[in-house]
Unconditional design. Structure first.
Length: 217
């Protein structure tokens, strides 16, 4: 087995590990914090372009680099440059060591290596992350499809696993659109007792749910 072949399969293995881990994470997170829209198409759009964008990038770059090594290297360098701009506030330990250097190194491996039986490299790069996504998404999708919507969006008291919580009704305490953590905390401090109005003065009745605090509200 020659050096190019070894380097080529090392790069394929690294791409597979990265893409599969991110595919696993994306599929899990999609059904953990996503998949809430009434539109199936919107949910699928978020799955692909929000939660699976990173594994898609790894797979696309790997496939391109297998076919056109020089173009693949250029694209990896371009991605590293984009990362420097996008994560400009991060430290070198995060940005440089964990993002930029690995991306450039992977591009160089693709440039200098060339696996034999390239058709199997294509198959692995395309199929393994897809299998991971399907293995996670199908059972979770079936579970989500069995949810019952009773169309009661008022304040609800939910009990289970030793926890009793009162959830705010639809409105400022449970908005249709997401917000950032600081704003959510501010809303909780000013939210009225019935959970429908943001008051002018702090009420300190509601709070965001946490792992440790189990009292209602």
């Amino acid at each position: 087995m020659n050096r190019k072949n070894i380097i080529g399969w090392i790069r394929v293995a690294i791409s597979l590990v990265f893409s599969s881990i991110w595919a696993y994470w994306g599929a899990i997170e999609n059904f953990h914090e996503g998949w809430y829209s009434a539109s199936m198409w919107e949910n699928l759009f978020m799955l692909i372009f929000q939660y699976l964008s990173v594994p898609l990038i790894f797979v696309i770059l790997a496939v391109i680099a297998l076919k056109w090594r020089r173009i693949g290297l250029i694209l990896h360098i371009a991605l590293a440059g984009f990362s420097i701009w996008f994560f400009s506030g991060a430290s070198f330990n995060v940005l440089g060591i964990m993002i930029v250097i690995p991306i450039v190194a992977l591009g160089l491996l693709y440039f200098f290596g060339e696996p034999k039986r390239k058709i199997w490299a294509y198959r692995l790069l395309l199929c393994v992350p897809l299998i991971v996504v399907l293995a996670i998404s199908i059972p979770r999708g079936i579970h989500v499809s069995q949810r019952l919507n009773d169309h009661d969006f008022g304040m609800r008291v939910v009990e289970g696993n030793g926890v009793t919580l009162a959830w705010a009704p639809r409105g400022p305490g449970w908005p249709d659109k997401g917000t950032n953590w600081d704003e959510a905390q501010r809303i909780c401090r000013y939210l009225s007792a019935d959970g429908t109005t943001v008051m002018d003065e702090e009420q300190n009745i509601w709070r965001l749910p946490t792992v440790t605090r189990r009292s209602a509200r």
